[in-house]
Design a protein around this ligand. Structure first.
Ligand code: MN
Ligand code: MN
Length: 296
């Protein structure tokens, strides 16, 4: 389509690096309550590792590594191939990831057992596992609405078949696309409003205050904080200190806030802490995904 505009690259890198930062920052306090966080850590504001997964400082979890697996498959096939994505998820699981949600594990095992690219509708598939990893599709399909919708649903259905998972994954993806295109807070608010109009379950004003792995709780917590707090660092600190599924709310808030502010504005003390190999993969993959979108 066109040359790679430096501002677009900065926003795309901001989104992907923001995702990894939020994941690494939030993982320390995943499954803790806000009260436990306050009692043990005061305000959690540094990438220190630890947590229930006993991470190294700067280590990321499934939110980032599943995204990288999906993105690798997109780059390798110069676009979306559902079987290649399922194979990438299977390879990711074989690599013994540090964490893996129940629906993701069940879906990947189903694919390995029978080769099917989607499971049946499941009331238990309302988790955030499909939404947390969709950023590579958002970037690769930045200028193609139909591809964005089809690829999003296809990657999601490999592990999650639930109306609210679909709606939340599409909704967050649409917001991220607007931010990547440079539409800023106006685009963010318009798409957040559109999501709530279509799916009132995602109403986030007033914020119900839950930050669990249920996709509704996750989306409400992410949208509430990204809309209320413009500053990347302040936004992520507020989100992860809600605890519960803090690595995933952190990752998704980091994705949106990072797309809004761009990579140049990310806090260097957090960037410098991120696992160096993850940083390298994100930088290389973002270029490849933008190439699929028609840039560079
Ligand atoms: Mn995780
Ligand atoms: Mn999580």
């Amino acid at each position: 389509m066109s040359d790679l505009h430096p501002a677009l690259l900065d926003r795309a890198l901001g989104a992907y690096l923001g995702l990894a930062i939020g994941d690494a920052l939030g993982a320390t306090v995943e499954f803790m309550t806000p009260r436990e966080i306050a009692a043990n850590l005061g305000v959690h504001r540094d990438i220190t590792g630890g947590g229930w997964l006993k991470l190294r400082a700067g280590q990321v979890t499934d939110d980032t590594t599943m995204s990288l697996a999906l993105g690798d498959a997109l780059v390798a096939h110069n676009g979306f191939d559902a079987r290649a994505v399922a194979d990438a998820f299977a390879g990711w699981l074989r690599g013994k990831p540090v964490d893996c949600g129940n629906a993701c594990r069940r879906g990947i095992r189903r694919y390995l057992a029978d080769g099917s690219l989607a499971g049946p509708y499941n009331e238990g598939d309302g988790g955030n596992g499909a939404a947390m990893r969709n950023l590579p599709v958002v970037i690769a399909a930045l200028h193609d609405d139909a591809a964005f919708e089809a690829w999003t649903l296809a990657q999601a259905r490999i592990t999650h078949n639930h109306a609210l998972s679909d709606a939340g994954t599409l909704g967050l993806g649409r917001i991220a696309r607007r931010l990547l295109r440079g539409d800023g807070d106006a685009g963010l608010r318009a798409e957040a409003d559109a999501l709530v109009t279509r799916w009132p379950a995602f109403r986030h004003t007033p914020w119900p205050g839950r930050a669990s792995g249920y996709v509704v709780d996750t989306v409400q917590t992410v949208l509430h904080h990204v809309l209320a707090i413009d500053d990347f660092e302040a936004c992520l600190i507020a989100v992860v200190n809600c605890g519960d599924d803090a690595d995933t709310t952190g990752a998704l808030a980091g994705m949106l806030a990072g797309a809004r502010c761009g990579a140049q504005a990310l806090p260097t003390r957090w960037l410098n802490r991120l696992d160096a190999e993850v940083l390298r993969q994100i930088r290389a993959q973002t270029l490849g995904l933008l190439r699929i979108a028609g840039h560079g």
